[in-house]
Write a protein of this length. Sequence first.
Length: 558
Amino acid sequence: MNEDLATLRGIDHSPSETLSASTWFGQRRRPLLSPHGVGTVDQALYAVLNVKHHFVRLWGLSNRVIVLDEVHAYDTYTSGLIVALLRWLRSLDCSVVLMSATLPHARRRDLLAAWGVDQILPEPAYPRLMLADATGVKGVHVDARPLAPIEVRGMDCDIDSLADVAIAQLREGGCGASIVNTVARAQALYRALQERLRDAGLAGGTSLLLFHARFPADERRVLEERVLSLFGPHGQRPPRALLVATQVAEQSLDIDFDFMLSDLAPIDLLLQRAGRLHRHLRDSRPTAHAVARLWVAGLQPDQLPELEQTAWGFVYEPYLLCRTWALLTQEPVLNLPHDIDRLVQAVYDDDHELPDEVEAAMRRFIEIDAYGEYLADRKTQEQLAQNIAIHPAEEAQLAYDHKPRGHEEDEQGLGLTNVTRLGQPSITLIPVMVDAEGRWHVREGDSGFDPNSPVDSPTARALYGRQIKASRRWVFEHFNGQEPPVAFAQHALLRHARAVPLTARTFSLGNRSLNLSAELGLVYGDEGGEADPRTTPADCTSATATPAGQPADRDRSG
């Protein structure tokens, strides 16, 4: 997408004789060869998998400074690949910076062990910095500005309850956020709030925003910029506003809210969300929000959280959710960052006893049923990661033995797809508008193009900028089996994507449909009704990287 680079290397042309060169420079592994690059961790993880040209990624990473942010936020499988990557980075003479505010002790031990550290670790007070080098491991406590105390309040987990609490807070003015665990819940809550705001007479004076990863990339970028312009450090805060978002607002964005509602999530991620409450120093806040308050859906002391209808149990491990629930029901006030380490270790340390107040039946479910499934799942994911990752200590002629050869996600090829994350397979879709004459349009009202002819560079770049990741099973199976039209097949930027032809912003397949809503983003319709959120629980993470200075897809899980 870098225009100067495209012009220099001629990759913006699409005659057949230049397609091979265009493909080489257009593929996602090449940006790692640039002096500086920004991308998701997936781009580096493909370096340790048996995929085509994985050694190019390793060579690009060698002797570099590699910064991995939010290393706590991955499941066991991806974390296992990060461990394998660290072994390689140490062998390649890299320096590595691992960043996390909420890292469990066991995870820290695994990461340091991958770097060759086997000594007893120092335990400076939190917040802390740790350094592992040839002389051993050192640790030091660092100061951090404390946030305002946060009152924690529980509530029911249904959409109506979320909407009721949000409206009650908006009546008092101020800027709030509601962060939920699935795109379907975000879309449903946004629709419910639109109705409630009209009924309450607040619609005209309230800024209501919806932000998740199921918008086309260019629209998502605009949405992110608007979120920052309203709630960032120098934002022009409206008198009354609410952001409805998924995990895309959980971390990385420096945004600040007067009040917050959140779905229950594992403690480390919930604390990340809470860190957006009263984050910035402000001269004044609405009187009703002078105290920071966090409402947590599903945090009711007399009943376990509902994990199936909400789909939370398909997004996060039920065991971790229930341990978080058990702990937070006994924590009426959070003091950040002071409480972060204590709470994270209490949830993730299996030997840490549940509070005495947890009833016997609930305790049995958490400690026996949920824990058993958690252990089995963790063991399976650890083994999968170990089986697939190439180890730097192996002899060259043996390194690939029993390591499945496959291709990267979104690339075509026979056999396996080697993935950096477990879950439903995903596919990159590009929505196009179809007119009555059969011409395709990037957006309604433009001149359009013939899908059966090669496209020029500006059109290809505009299409590429509209991509959306989708992982609904029927969507993947249908579009993955489609041959791309000439317009896509003969351009390096588009050949691994699939077009979604929309008529009146809708694609239909039997009783199923995709609708691209300007307000809601991509909406699944299955069997004539709203999609089951359990099959696409969070915002898809895109495994893309770009040279420095170019926009990179932000990681957040759909």
